[in-house]
Structures are given as structure tokens and as C-alpha cells.
Design a protein around this ligand. Structure first.
Ligand code: GDG
Length: 466
């Protein structure tokens, strides 16, 4: 395979393996935002994508799918358990989300994380042309930039971090805190979701490694000056705008309302079933409003989509039990034959159905306790070409920095969440329109293409300076 000018490195390849009924293997593009953001770029330049195909022990030669060159990384069953479910999702994920769940620190997991990061770095090093560019993504691969630079000092390296970066007091719990900082500093451009994440990273670099920081640049002992900055990610708005205009999807939204017994207001939550998303807090607030008679089931229904996620990690197993217990209790106390309090769906849905749900929702509830960005908030806004609907948005999401006209909440303050829900339910249409127009302007102008071009422009300046 010839070397590529531009290489993306991410934990997952942008495709899912499906076996057709007649036993044939096919690769389908996964619907994630990253693929949508980078696809045009991958087609115009000579690009390649390094990632795990999503199944243990799958040994595959590089191949092409939908015009993108893919370089699969094999992970053993043990590596999936230790590098992915362990260190990535049970150490880094809870620690970086402000220790909402206790992080587990295991030396074997760290060993596996280092070994797998090295494999990704080696694959990227062999895939990229002389003087080429590599863009590394996310918390599963924080050591790749440094490892890659050691192998290929000639190339330009970018890194984007999709989740929060914690304050120094929490970050310093990590037994391998200095190694991770050095890993990231291998990149020329290090991107975060929010200004506060970039600041936390720079504070950790100053305090732990004692490197000098001037503005957004770190001065390294070897004279390199990596740039550390916020690049808030966004969505490809086109499919959301187009699907929301389709008559069959609008009809489906009406059908959803009908099937819920035509409540006056539908509230919606859409999240991966994750403890960072504040699903329990939202359900608690909603249940108390019903208990206190401030809303009734005939009037208001909450639809909660909690798509299955990380089902082999203990914290997720417990969270699911807690949520389902709470939903069962509230429904048991309040349901009537014709109306349910919470329609809970532990399922994933096609994008068409998601858009129909966004259209049916009078109020979108995003109550994350900590979230890098939260794309669901932006998808809801992109869908509402009718300028109706209210977004209730946690101030602990990256999206809160941009979506200023949402109804803001502190999800830890249950009384505050209850008041915000009532404000949203009662908001007059003119006020909804005023806020939604401003929200839409922001999301449509700052879409994922704007995000990737601003990052790539900084990377290109770094390449020129090489
Ligand atoms: C991480 C960071 C950051 C969910 N259920 C279904 C479904 N989804 C889609 C949503 C949305 C995506 O998954 C979730 O994105 P979020 O941004 O809300 O959250 P994370 O998965 O935690 O993503 C986050 C993001 O990376 C990007 O940088 O914003 O902070 O945690 O697109 O629509 N899609 C479909 N069916 C489902 O059932 N089709």
C-alpha cells in the first residue's frame, strides 16, 4: 500500500462489520460525526484511517471502504478488556469526568494501554509519507503523539481530545500523570472542546513538568512549541435539516405524539446510557414534579432513549439497574391505562427515528453532569427549522459555552432542574422562537466542517513552521 499524506488515528475505524443473511461480510460507514467531518478531506487528499474494527482478535489486511483507505489494528480479547474497557473506560473516562464514578487504577491496564498505543503509533508511522500529517483522536490514544514523534520526527501531528480535561487537583490522582502529559505533548497542535479544558491541561503541564507556558504555547526542552487551544466540535447539520423536512418523518413525529396519548407536552432525553449524562437526576426531578402534582401524566410525558453502552463495565451495569428501578417506581405510581409518565427505551434507533423524536419533543432535556460537548443538544437545534421547542441545557457541557439561549441548569440542583422543566413547558411560542432562532444561527454557522477546518488550519501553520 502506498503511503498517505494525511492519516487519521482513532480508536475505532469509521465502519462497522456486518454479516449479510447469506453469510457475506460487508462494511458499513458508521454514522458518527467524526466520519462526516473528515470524509470530504479523506477523499480529496491521499488519506488513510488507522483504527480498531470493533471486534476482538480480528486480523485484517488494510482495505478500502467507501473510498477511504482503512488500516485495521488487531486487539486481543485481553486487550479489549484492559486497554479499552479497563484503562480507557474505567480509569480515564471517570477521572476526566470529575470522578462522578470512582476511577479504577490497575497497573496491568496501564501496561496494556501503553502496548496498544504503541501499536497504533507504529501503524500510523508506517502509513504516512515523508513530511506528512497525522491527526490523532481522543483519550484512548493519549500516548500516540509522543510515540509517533519518536518514530517519525519529520511529520506534523495533531491531537483532539473529545472529553473534558480535569482540574489539576483531580488529574494528579492518576499514577501515570506525567507520562500522559508527555504523551500528549508529542503533538504540534493539541485541541480541546472548551477553553477551560485547555487551561486545565496547561496548568497540569506547568505544575507537573515545570515547562514554561506563554499564552497558548508550551515551550519544550527540545525547543518545540506545541499549541494548546479550544476547538469546540459540532455536527454535520445537513442530514438533520433535510430529514426534518421530509413529510414521512414529520408524519412519524405526529404518530409518536398520538401513540403517547396526545400529551400537551413531550419532554425528551437522548443519551448513551452513561453516568456522565445525568439521566438519574433528570428522572428524579421529573418524578418529584409528578409527586407534587405540579404536572400530570395526562399533560406531560417524558421519553427517555438510553442507548446501550459499555455493558461489560461494572459501573454501567449498576447505573442501568438504578435507572430502571427509578423509572419502574415512577411509572408504577403515576401511569394510567392511557398515559405513561416515562416511556423508557433502552435501545438504539436509526437516525430517521431520532429526528422524528426531536421533532415530536417540545422540550429537550440535556442534564449531563459533565460532557465534553454534547452533540445531542446541537442535533435538536439543527432539526427545529420550525423555530419551536425549548432546549434545557446543563452548564457542565461544552455546548453550554455556545448555546447561550438555552434554559441553563445545574443538574445537581434538583429543585433548579424542576423549575427549569416548568419554565420550558410554559414558555410562550414567541419566546421559544426568539431563543431557537439564535441557537440555530450558532449551530448552522459553526458546523463540523467549520470545526475541522479551523483545526486543520492550525495544523497546516505548524507544518509550515517545521
Ligand atoms: C463524546 C463526548 C462529545 C445516541 N443514541 C443514538 C444515537 N446517538 C448519537 C447521538 C449523538 C451521539 O450518539 C452522542 O454524542 P454526544 O456528544 O451526545 O456524546 P458521547 O457519545 O458521549 O460523545 C461528547 C462527543 O464525543 C464528540 O466530540 O460531544 O461530549 O462524550 O450524535 O445522536 N444515534 C442513533 N441512535 C441512537 O439510539 N442513530
Amino acid at each position: 500500500m502506498t503511503a498517505a499524506e494525511f492519516v487519521v488515528v482513532a480508536n475505532r475505524l469509521p465502519v462497522d462489520r456486518v454479516i449479510t443473511p447469506d453469510g457475506e461480510e460487508q462494511w458499513r460507514t458508521s454514522p458518527g460525526g467524526l466520519v462526516a467531518a473528515l470524509e470530504p478531506m479523506m477523499h480529496t487528499v491521499n488519506g488513510a484511517w488507522v483504527g480498531w474494527p470493533g471486534q476482538a482478535d480480528l486480523e485484517l489486511a488494510p482495505f478500502e471502504a467507501n473510498g477511504i483507505r482503512l488500516i485495521p489494528i488487531t486487539l486481543s480479547e485481553d486487550e479489549v478488556a484492559e486497554y479499552y474497557e479497563g484503562f480507557s473506560n474505567d480509569t480515564i473516562w471517570p477521572l476526566y469526568h470529575d470522578v462522578i464514578a470512582p476511577p479504577q487504577y490497575h497497573r496491568e491496564w496501564w501496561e496494556a494501554y501503553m502496548a496498544v498505543n504503541r501499536r497504533f503509533a507504529e501503524a500510523a508511522a508506517s502509513a504516512v509519507v515523508d513530511g506528512g500529517t497525522v491527526w490523532v483522536h481522543d483519550y484512548q490514544l493519549q500516548l500516540v503523539p509522543e510515540m509517533l514523534r519518536a518514530l517519525r520526527p519529520d511529520i506534523t501531528i495533531g491531537y483532539f481530545h473529545h472529553i473534558p480535561f480535569p482540574a489539576h487537583g483531580l488529574y494528579s490522582q492518576l499514577p501515570w500523570r506525567d507520562q500522559v502529559l508527555r504523551g500528549l505533548l508529542g503533538a504540534d497542535v493539541i485541541g480541546f472542546q472548551r477553553g477551560q479544558d485547555a487551561q486545565s491541561f496547561l496548568a497540569a503541564v506547568r505544575r507537573r513538568l515545570r515547562y514554561e507556558v506563554k499564552g497558548a504555547a508550551v515551550t519544550l526542552p527540545d525547543g518545540r512549541l506545541p499549541l494548546v487551544k479550544a476547538f469546540p466540535i459540532s455536527i454535520d447539520t445537513t442530514p438533520y435539516r433535510e430529514l426534518s423536512q421530509r413529510p414521512d418523518i414529520q408524519a412519524r413525529a405526529a404518530e409518536i405524539r398520538e401513540s403517547l396519548g396526545n400529551p400537551r407536552k413531550i419532554l425528551l432525553g437522548v443519551d448513551r446510557l452513561d453516568y456522565t449524562k445525568g439521566i438519574r437526576h433528570r428522572i428524579k426531578a421529573f418524578g418529584e414534579l409528578l409527586d407534587q402534582g405540579r404536572i400530570s401524566v395526562e399533560d406531560v410525558t417524558l421519553v427517555q432513549v438510553a442507548s446501550p453502552s459499555r455493558e461489560r463495565v461494572d459501573a454501567y451495569v449498576h447505573l442501568r439497574d438504578e435507572i430502571e428501578l427509578a423509572v419502574g417506581r415512577i411509572n408504577g405510581d403515576h401511569d394510567t391505562m392511557g398515559h405513561t409518565a416515562i416511556r423508557y427505551l433502552h435501545q438504539g434507533f436509526p437516525r430517521e427515528e431520532m429526528v422524528a423524536l426531536y421533532l415530536a419533543a417540545d422540550v429537550m432535556l440535556v442534564t449531563a453532569l459533565r460532557d465534553g460537548m454534547n452533540l445531542v443538544a446541537k442535533e435538536y437545534v439543527a432539526t427545529r427549522a420550525d423555530n419551536r421547542g425549548v432546549l434545557v441545557l446543563s452548564e457542565f457541557t461544552g455546548a453550554a459555552d455556545e448555546l447561550r439561549q438555552a434554559v441553563r441548569v445545574n443538574p445537581h440542583d434538583i429543585d433548579g432542574v424542576k423549575d427549569a422543566i416548568l419554565t420550558a413547558i410554559e414558555m410562550p411560542p414567541a419566546e421559544q422562537g426568539r431563543r431557537m432562532r439564535a441557537l440555530r444561527k450558532r449551530v448552522l454557522e459553526h458546523d463540523v466542517a467549520a470545526w475541522s477546518s479551523s483545526f486543520l488550519a492550525e495544523l497546516e501553520s505548524a507544518r509550515r513552521a517545521h
